[in-house]
Ligand binder design. Sequence first.
Ligand SMILES: [Zn+2]
Ligand SMILES: [Zn+2]
Length: 528
Amino acid sequence: MISHHIFKVLDLVDIQTILNGAQKGVSTSVSCKACTTLIGVIFSKWIPITIIANIITQICTLIYAKYVCEGYLNLFKAPLDEVRHKTRLTASEICAILLGNQCLAGEASNNVILHLTDIHLDTDYVPLTDPNCGAPYCCRHNNNNKVENQSQVNDKYAGLWGSYHCDGPKKLMDNLFASIDWQSIDWIYWTGDVTPHNTWEDTRDGTIRNSQIIIDYLKMFTNKTVISVFGNHISVPVGTFSPKKITGKLSTTYLYEEMTKQWSQWLPTEALSTFLIGGYYTMIIKPGFKIIVLNTNYCSRLNIWTYYDPIDPDNQLNWLYNELELAETAGQLVHIVGHIPPDNRECTQSWLYNYMAIVERFSDTIVGQFFGHTHYDEFRIYYSNNDCNKVIGFAILSPSVTSFDALLNLNPAYRIIKCYENGVIQDIDTYAMDLRRANSEPDRTPDWPFEYSMANDYSMRFTNRDFDRHIENIKRDNYYLQLFYSRYTRFSINENQYCNTDCKTKIISDIMTCNAFTNYPKPITSVG
Ligand SMILES: [Zn+2]
Ligand SMILES: [Zn+2]
């Protein structure tokens, strides 16, 4: 099935242009672009060598007879496979060697942002236990059916590096943080969720401790600024965030005060006036570019305090409008960063309606919205409250570090966002670990190979029009849908991997977000 997706992508590549460029030693932006797409596929560690061999044979037969191509392939297949698994070169760098340095032009990004989301660290994870123990969350000492040794591990048992049915152990965190190229990163969006999904056992001390462990990792590995966000899995009970007027034992103030300490290194003093009210704040890292951090737990239908004050708890949306107006006046462009993506599944109608009115009013100022929470590699498109055909903005939902999901297998992942000095997005790259392979080779240290580039693989320039085209392709073209779905789970093949009609309907309806009052809220299924 994957091979169909790949050939569909390669239909778009002008192979002859690359061959002409390579023969004449001439590179143009067209040949570089074609080369980068082709090399991106051939060097993707996620695609089996048998499919790559097939692609190469097809290209080779444009020049030579089939028997010659098969002879070369027999000789070169093994070293090629070794190189593509071991190299640290990007597709552009490989094309620069093949076609010339011009292929590196435009490669340099002004800002490189690491986006980490939904780590859900499980410090009590126990390998070899039963991940389907009958409780809502497993992989713990008190589970039954513990197997005796690592060689028996398959999907039915919790592996050394994690399980598709549970959150990740500290060993996974060690491996993740050691794998990231910290030198290349300018700052970090850490968009929350610190604790495992045994939420009925949550304690305030436990969640604060898990948050501290993650912050300590960040401080150990980087001296760059971390923009931290409140996930729903940090408050106790899970997802409860009270308005400021609630005082005493039930108030969320304890959490804001604790995180003021944990995040003090990065929180600007002027941020504290709003941070201590509701965990939202702004930060200016570079002139002309502003980051607005939202606490979208206040939109959530799963936050019990929403039923006490549903319209605009603690005036966060009112504040957002003012901050965007200030940015507009100052000529700044804006990234909005949060945990729960504003949409018809998660938010109250009134909060979402007002949020989308603000997004529409400031559609020229907001150049990026970044969220997590669903654990999937996906996105949201916002349409005007007054016209469900008019795109007014988009939000990028980054894939989770945790592999936990109730239905699908998810490979752990992280994101690199590349943007210009003013915050306009250039590209978004995904890196993912193959959890099944890692568990089947427990003595090997797993890597987190490059999975794909949104700019290259979806011909994306990150405009509203591009996202409109993206969703139309998902709706119309089954090959495109299946490729999108493979990335949704980071190629963690399982029996649910094929996206059938129900899956397609759900994905599209999650993505397309229009007037919250006329498009009634959708069922809450999230455990993110
Ligand atoms: Zn969440
Ligand atoms: Zn989560």
